[in-house]
Design a protein around this ligand. Structure first.
Ligand SMILES: C[S@@+](CC[C@H](N)C(=O)[O-])C[C@H]1O[C@@H](n2cnc3c(N)ncnc32)[C@H](O)[C@@H]1O
Length: 438
């Protein structure tokens, strides 16, 4: 099958109705398409389909007499994609309807062309009233679950509006320049030469912001390992961890290795990249190799150091903890479909347990950086504050960045601020035995 819409419908049904990860499904599906333009269309359909699922799923409930979700999940997803193409991707209406009918035929639902025509044409006829009804409810206006809207309004009442204004806007990728191999200005010039407008981030030393989305693996410098994709907010970790050559560093939740690679681009380190998922460590290995970097890789549970630690203390520990990923909804729109309110207390417990388990591994005078890509205080300021209160030898390192605000002992960036994803950081130095920080 090589119809991008049919493939996207099947993949989107897996993501929205069976809990599959968009990234994994996309990686599995895209190779079926030889033409890069078809792959770009697949990516756009999957991202916009996941982003707006909650809106158009509710719309379909109004348009369909009998629900299709469970009986014919791919057809249901295909109709959502038809609506997405009309409303979000601004495809001419006749083209969106015709392409949806054709994709249904490819999926073996050719006999449903009457239904598809009826649903999409009714939407077009009653569009004004139907979209007004969707816009009247925050859930269908923003295509976000109620619990997340409530949490956002509760945690960040003054910023919730601007977060909601950017969270559904596609963000072109940010690149990280491998400073061991290239100079940022030269990279920007090479990108311009290949027709890709890009500019240096105003305050992140290694970041280059592309003006438009593109297949990064075809950019000049990708094959040579002079660039990687990493949001600017994630690039802050390397600044805050303050690494110098020769330090012994633990990246306790390392896969796929973005922050570990950045640290190694900054300095020659004795870096242990740990992750609980062995298959995700393969991605760390691939990234290290492409960028010409070296680290020790180990599969293990960071909350059980007894199973993998050799007893030698670390000078730096990065805990980029498992989290709700609510800060990266712009780039991972399926997060809204997978997370539940009840996940948050469980995640906070895990985050706290990881901090407690790793703290004893830090050398006196050493620094631990706690990071999440969450925008929820329950996973961020609250966890960091409770950790600091429980560890008298943990001294908070003040963090002040050009974007964001303090939260507990750390710093919160919300999605869209200075073009960044949402991210939280808190840094702690371990007081030496005499009570002083070295
Ligand atoms: C936010 S991602 C890390 C991203 C990574 N630091 C980067 O910059 O590319 C969290 C990672 O933590 C891993 N993980 C979750 N729980 C873990 C645990 N208890 N021990 C070790 N790794 C864990 C997951 O497999 C996942 O790869």
């Amino acid at each position: 099958m090589n119809d991008p819409r049919a493939l996207a419908a099947r993949a989107l049904a897996e993501v929205a109705l069976r809990g599959a990860s968009l990234r994994e499904v996309q990686a599995r599906t895209a190779p079926a398409l030889a033409d890069p333009r078809d792959r770009a269309l697949l990516a756009a359909l999957l991202h916009e389909g996941a982003r707006y699922w909650l809106r158009y799923d509710a719309l379909l409930a109004r348009l369909l007499e009998r629900p299709l979700r469970t009986r014919l999940p791919a057809l249901h997803a295909l109709l959502i994609l038809g609506l997405v193409q009309i409303e979000r991707m601004r495809l001419p209406e006749y083209a969106a309807v015709a392409a949806t009918v054709e994709a249904a035929r490819v999926l073996g639902h050719g006999h449903q062309s009457g239904l598809i025509n009826a649903v999409l044409r009714r939407f077009l006829r009653e569009r004004a009233a139907l979209t007004a009804a969707l816009d009247a409810d925050a859930v269908t206006r923003h295509a976000l679950p109620r619990w997340l809207l409530d949490a956002l309004a509760h945690d960040w009442p003054e910023s919730a509006g601007s977060v909601l204004a950017t969270i559904n806007v596609e963000a072109p990728p940010t690149l990280r320049v491998n400073r061991r191999r290239a100079d940022r200005d030269a990279i920007i010039a090479a990108l311009a030469g290949a027709g890709h407008a890009a500019h240096a981030h105003p305050w992140l030393r290694d970041a280059v912001q592309l003006d438009a989305s593109t297949d990064v693996t075809r950019l000049p410098g990708w094959a040579e390992g002079t660039i990687a994709v990493q949001d600017g907010a994630a690039q802050i970790a390397a600044d805050l961890l303050d690494v110098t050559p020769g330090l012994r560093v633990l990246d306790a939740c390392a896969a796929p290795g973005g922050k570990a690679c950045h640290l190694l681009e900054r300095a020659d380190l004795d870096l242990l990249a740990l992750d609980r998922e062995p298959e995700r460590l393969a991605r760390v290995a691939a990234n290290l190799e492409r960028l010409g970097l070296t680290a020790t890789l180990r599969a293990g549970d960071a909350s059980q150091p007894g199973t993998w630690w050799d007893g030698r203390a670390f000078d730096r520990i990065l805990l980029d903890a498992p989290c709700s990923a609510t800060g990266v909804l712009r780039r991972q729109p399926d997060v809204r479909l997978h997370r539940r309110a009840t996940d948050i207390p469980t995640l906070a417990q895990t985050q706290r347990a990881l901090l407690d388990a790793l703290w004893p591994l830090l050398a006196p005078g050493g620094r631990l950086l706690y990071a999440t890509c969450s925008l929820l205080r329950a996973e961020n300021g609250s966890v960091a504050a409770a950790f600091a209160a429980a560890h008298a030898d943990a001294e908070g390192v003040p963090i002040v960045l050009p974007a964001g605000r303090a939260d507990g002992p750390g710093w919160q960036i919300l999605p869209g601020e200075d073009g960044l994803d949402g991210m939280y950081y808190a840094a702690f130095v371990k007081r030496a035995g005499n009570g002083r920080v070295r």
